[in-house]
Design a protein around this ligand. Structure first.
Ligand code: C2E
Ligand code: CA
Ligand code: CA
Length: 813
């Protein structure tokens, strides 16, 4: 070796100097101690995490270096100079190696040191270590003058070299000071930021380390002639830092334990831990789910016993084998024996060297309930509890598909309540709801096991009848019989909140078999048939026939045409004369006429019902009233027509409209006509729906002078009791009785009765539909004094009507 030039330096064994410890040696011991502690702490305390791996690595290396240094201590007993130099080199190398770790250690603790800094420092130290062999960092090998032999109490000795320091030594000291300064700065920063006990401990330890190291350095440089605290200082420092770290560690463990406990206890998922199928621990939600108040009740119990898990599909095998990771839905049992649906997930884990099974469990009862609710709402009508259309469709599809090879017929019935809207609007929705519920019940009572009653919406119900035999005719007869049964039960009065309500319905029926193609079409067919039933008498049944489709399409066409006609005022009034027994013209009935550009005249019997259903009648009625009044105004100007009374037909919807009375008043005023010349024709059915209101409205109009005639008299069910209360002026005998009058006695008797009744009530009577002279004569002999009919005159337009007047004041043709 190049450095060993002086083979015989002075050896002073008698001189016992103060113990000199190198700065480097000090730090070595210090770091070795801290690292040992950190390593042990980490290994025994907590599971390693990111920085703790760093600690362990660091501690391992430091330990190695420390052990090696201590082992060298015994080698330094040699007085052989070559041996001593080799030892010196090793010593410095170890120390530098440990310095390599200081920044790492600080980084792990303070998290502040940048990677670039670490790399630079490490490279520099590694460089120094490499160079140390040739350019000694401590005492220059060339100038090693004296070896001091220090005997140890147990009889051994330590050799110290005395000589000139190498220039590299100062560089190493400067570098170590820099590393120290940087680490100290970081620790101070960390303390400032967190101000925790452990940070203060750390800081104190580091400052002590600095002081002791400086003292060691000063002794070495002979600046300080005292005992070097090195060997002792590292001990103090280790104790201080160890205590700090231990406390910090404990606090962290408690904190994390608390955190994890909360996580587990507050988890909405039930968690249980089992070993060899025995329950060891469970979180509160798991116990609560199963109706246990305390883990004590179930600790050590067999998992399968508590849960009675019946894994769907597989047998309940809860074993602690590594293959038991499973997820499944199952049923679990509470302490009281009640069952509930659960979602289970199991994991096998290794804990303290033993296999455990972790079971996660979620109570599914709420979810299952809401699923059921959703399922219910999507298939059932909440008001009546009946299936809705979508469920009915399913049943219908099934009925069609399941009819098999043999043709088996079924029927779809569309049930509609008459006048439901009137009840609903008039008496309130609570009544309407009650009625719908009762209807649903009554219909359900009339079904057989495979049938379905469904509510399609508002007042529409549908009934699916299955197994109606193997031929169409048989099915048709059966379906009709069943429909009749249903109508009968619906005809009985309903009791709604202590009120009796009489309701009628109608049913449209369509038949199907397995060859039926489009199911939606069936619904349309049943509905069409129901509409057809609507135009019959109330409470009737109608089977679907293919031509109905055409009726509906023309009907739809008519509706839109009617709308346009009203807008364009294509609709006018014709006037049919009314005469007295002297054949004198006393008035006329205004009858609506619509001449369609392509279809010609469309009879009122076709479009008035449509106008009523669609509500168009309100606009139409107002228009017609306006025409009638302007006509009356014209008649007012002519002496011959001055006293004529014009009868105007009013439909039910028009009359019930709140604005009706005001409309009439306004129209009369606008045309400046005497109200006495207006006679409103009402029908029986519209009067008795709400008799009080009717009387009120009629009286209001009566007060201004308007007259009333009861149209089609005799076709309804008017009793004299009711008629008494109505402010009527006239009864109009229906043309059906007039027709009968010359052919049979009963017609004549009815007319006689009507005349008697009218006499008793002090009302006038007019006969309509008088077509023959004979009818006229019989009516006259019975006491009738007013007549209307083709015999006297057909309805004609205003101009033609006036032309009658010129002919000798008699319109009779
Ligand atoms: P209605 O009020 O009973 O009118 C009498 C119907 O008998 C009229 O039919 C008239 O043309 C017809 N008629 C008159 N004399 C004879 C006769 O001697 N023999 C026969 N067979 N028939 C006769 P029209 O004009 O077709 O009206 C039918 C129904 O339409 C009316 O029955 C009425 O309910 C309704 N209507 C007519 N015009 C209006 C109107 O302006 N407003 C309202 N709301 N309904 C009207
Ligand atoms: Ca009439
Ligand atoms: Ca009539």
């Amino acid at each position: 070796m190049a450095g060993v030039h002086k083979p015989h330096p002075t050896i002073q064994s008698d001189k016992i100097p103060s113990i000199k410890m190198d700065l480097i040696t000090n730090s070595l011991y210090f770091l070795g101690g801290v690292s040992t502690f950190a390593a042990l702490n980490n290994l025994l305390g907590r599971p390693p995490r990111k920085h703790e791996m760093q600690h362990i690595f660091f501690a391992g290396i430091a330990l190695l270096v420390a052990m090696s240094a201590i082992s060298r201590t015994f080698v330094i007993q040699s007085t052989d100079i070559a041996n001593f130099v080799a030892d010196l080199k090793w010593n410095v190398t170890y120390s530098l190696g440990v310095f390599l770790l200081i920044p790492w250690f600080t980084a792990a603790y303070a998290h502040k040191i940048s990677k670039a800094y670490l790399i630079v420092v490490n490279l520099m130290i590694a460089g120094c270590i490499a160079l140390n062999i040739y350019l000694p960092l401590g005492i220059s090998y060339a100038h090693l003058d004296t070896l001091l032999i220090t005997p140890l109490p147990w009889g051994e000795q330590i050799t110290h070299g005395v000589g000139r320091h190498s220039i590299w030594g100062y560089f190493a000291i400067a570098m170590v000071a820099l590393i120290y300064a940087k680490s100290l700065a970081d620790i101070i920063d960390t303390y400032r930021a967190r101000r925790r006990g452990v940070d203060l401990h750390m800081l104190v330890a580091f400052v002590l380390f600095g002081i002791f190291s400086s003292m060691g350095l000063a002794v070495r440089l002979s600046l300080l002639r005292s005992f070097s605290p090195g060997a002792f200082s590292f001990f103090v420092v280790i104790v201080v830092i160890s205590m700090a770290l231990m406390r910090d560690n404990q606090r962290k463990i408690i904190e994390s334990e608390r955190r994890f406990r909360t996580l587990i206890e507050e988890s909405p998922v039930g968690i249980a831990l089992t070993r060899q199928s025995r329950l060891i621990d469970a979180n509160p939600i798991f116990l609560e789910m199963h109706g246990y108040s305390d883990i004590q009740h179930v600790a050590n119990a067999h998992l399968a016993e508590i849960l009675q898990l019946r894994e769907t599909g597989q047998p309940p095998e809860i074993r602690t084998t590594p293959t038991t990771n499973a997820t499944f839905e199952s049923i679990s049992y509470r302490a009281d024996g009640s069952e509930f649906p659960v979602y289970v997930s199991t994991r096998t884990i290794e804990l303290n060297g033993e296999l455990h099974l972790l079971t996660y469990m979620i109570d599914q009862s709420k979810r299952k309930e809401s699923e059921k609710k959703v399922e219910y709402l999507s298939h059932y009508d909440p008001l009546t509890g009946l299936p809705n259309k979508s469920l009915l469709l399913k049943h219908l599809r099934r009925a069609i598909e399941s009819s098999g090879h043999k043709t088996r017929w079924g029927a779809l019935l569309h049930v509609d309540l008459n006048n439901f809207r009137i009840l609903n609007d008039g008496l309130g929705h609570a009544f309407g709801d009650l009625l719908l519920q009762s209807v649903g019940k009554r219909l359900s009572n009339k079904t057989r096991p495979n049938d379905t009653v469904a509510r399609l919406g508002s007042d529409e119900f549908a009934v699916l009848l299955t197994n109606l035999g193997t031929s169409r005719s048989e099915a048709s007869a059966l379906a009709e019989a069943r429909a009749k049964e249903m109508l009968l039960t619906m005809d009985r009065p309903f009791k709604l909140m202590a009120n009796e309500y009489h309701n009628t319905s109608r049913i449209g029926i369509t038949l199907f078999d397995r060859d039926t193609g489009n199911i939606e079409d069936l619904f349309k067919q049943a509905e069409l048939a129901m509409y057809q039933a609507k135009t019959h008498r109330q409470g009737s049944i109608c089977f679907y026939e293919p031509h109905m489709r055409d009726t509906v399409t023309t009907r739809l066409g008519l509706e839109s045409a009617l709308r346009k006609a009203i807008d364009k005022r294509e609709i006018t009034l014709y006037y049919q004369p009314e005469v007295d027994d002297q054949n004198r013209l006393v008035g006329a009935e205004a009858l609506v006429r619509w001449k369609h550009a392509q279809r010609g005249y469309i009879p009122p019997s076709q479009f008035i019902p449509i106008a009523e259903e669609t509500g168009l009648i309100l606009q139409l009625g107002r228009d017609l009233l306006d025409i009638a009044c302007s006509q009356l105004h014209l008649w007012q100007q002519d002496e011959r027509t001055h006293g004529l009374v014009l009868a105007i037909n009013i439909s039910a919807k028009q009359f019930k409209n709140r604005k009706f009375i005001d409309d009439i008043r306004a129209t009369i005023e606008r045309h400046a006509i005497p109200p006495e010349n207006i006679k409103l024709e009402l029908t029986e059915s519209m009067l008795f729906d709400n008799i009080e209101e009717t009387i009120e409205s009629m009286s209001a109009l009566k007060k201004i002078g308007i007259q009333f005639s009861l149209d089609d008299f005799g076709t309804g069910y008017s009793s004299i009791q009711y008629l008494k209360h109505l402010p009527l002026d006239e009864l109009k005998i229906d043309q059906s009785f007039v027709r009968d009058i010359s052919t049979n006695d009963s017609g004549r008797n009815i007319v006689r009765a009507v005349l008697a009744m009218a006499g008793a009530l002090n009302l006038g009577v007019i006969a309509e539909g008088v077509e023959t002279q004979q009818q006229m004569e019989i009516l006259s002999t019975l006491g009738c004094t007013r007549f209307q009919g083709y015999l006297i005159g057909r309805p004609v337009d205003a101009r033609t009507f006036e032309s009658f007047l010129d002919k000798d004041s008699s319109p009779v043709t």
